[in-house]
Design a protein around this ligand. Structure first.
Ligand SMILES: *[C@@H]1O[C@H](CO)[C@@H](O)[C@H](O)[C@H]1NC(C)=O
Ligand SMILES: *[C@@H]1O[C@H](CO)[C@@H](O)[C@H](O)[C@H]1NC(C)=O
Length: 308
């Protein structure tokens, strides 16, 4: 009996000291990473993230050549637009439950000059078959609490709770400087801006934090976790000039490189994260019905104040 007690205590003493040794070792490791090699560690992590983005953008750039301009065959976005008296109107369709999207907002300080360039180059040839993203709604899609493939129903109270938790995530994140790497036109006729990050909280970190904060969100998200892209326009028909089929791709690529000559390297500072309930399908893209909550990127957490 007594012996057993002594053994017990000795055993406890042994495991306590083991825990202490392990803890000390872990603290030592963490400090080492933070103090001595943090700069190079962070540098190499952010390099590999931007490399991943570049690879993704290379793939998006090759889509038009690889699959051809299928949007010219009326196969893609045509069904969401209607042209009447020369005016393009989106065909809005209710979405139930509403999609709940978290986006980074691009201020009109940046969207208006970008939109001018895009319109100057694309409007003359694509008048009546092009839809320009509203400059008050330029954005980068980050993370969906519910999307159109997997819907996650939430009550009003649950939605308010989601908004509050997103607010506290945003408060810890830092504003980011985004640099326009290139503009691409996809085979489905979407004109996309593909961006890199020169400082601030990386999209990968933002998505990780939002995923932690919104555990009920669909596991399978819509986009690659490193992508930072924004839609500028959607084309859904033929240009008003005569083209032979074999010339179409070259003609389109000329227009896109014209845009790139003017916009590559364009910089934007992003300091708002929005929680958006979309009551219509693609409401953010088509000026549909939605409810927006704006959260400021407060940069209150020092650890997130790095490019990662
Ligand atoms: C763009 O959206 C704003 C609201 O954010 C709206 O008032 C305006 O009419 C829209 N512009 C166009 C051209 O549809
Ligand atoms: C869901 O929305 C995305 C855009 O966010 C769109 O490309 C896709 O076609 C939609 N899918 C369905 C099934 O509606």
């Amino acid at each position: 009996m007594g012996k057993g007690c002594i053994d017990d205590r000795r055993h406890r003493w042994k495991s306590t000291s083991l825990i202490w040794i392990l803890t000390t070792f872990l603290i030592y490791l963490v400090l080492r990473v933070l103090l001595s090699s943090s700069k190079s560690l962070i540098d190499s992590l952010s390099t590999s993230i931007s490399d991943r983005r570049t690879a993704l953008y290379d793939m998006l750039s090759s889509d038009l050549v690889k699959n051809g301009p299928v949007f010219l065959r009326g196969k893609t976005s045509q069904y969401i637009f209607d042209v009447r008296d020369g005016v393009v109107t989106p065909l809005l369709k209710g979405s139930y439950p509403p999609v709940r999207a978290n986006i980074l907002y691009i201020s009109s300080k940046y969207s208006i000059p970008i939109s001018h360039v895009i319109k100057d180059i694309f409007l003359p040839d694509f008048d009546q078959v092009i839809w320009f993203q509203n400059t008050t709604l330029y954005h980068f899609s980050m993370f969906h609490a519910s999307h159109n493939v997997t819907s996650v129903f939430a009550t009003d109270i649950e939605i308010e709770a989601e908004v509050n938790t997103v607010k506290s995530v945003a408060d810890g994140l830092c504003p980011l400087k985004a640099v326009l790497d290139r503009v691409v036109l996809t085979s489905s006729g979407v004109l996309l801006g593909c961006w890199q990050v020169s400082s601030g909280s990386d999209p990968l970190l933002i998505r990780t934090k939002l995923k932690e904060a919104l555990p009920r969100a669909p596991d399978k998200q819509v986009y690659d976790p490193v992508i930072l892209h924004s839609t500028f326009a959607r084309i859904f028909g033929h240009p008003n000039i005569q083209l032979k089929e074999q010339d179409e791709v070259n003609y389109l690529q000329d227009l896109v490189s014209h845009v790139n000559n003017k916009l590559r390297g364009f910089q934007a500072t992003i300091n708002e994260l929005w929680y958006v309930e979309e009551f219509d399908v693609l409401a953010l893209a088509l000026d549909g019905k939605m409810k927006i909550r704006k959260c400021h990127l407060g940069c209150s957490s020092k650890l997130l104040n790095v490019t990662l």
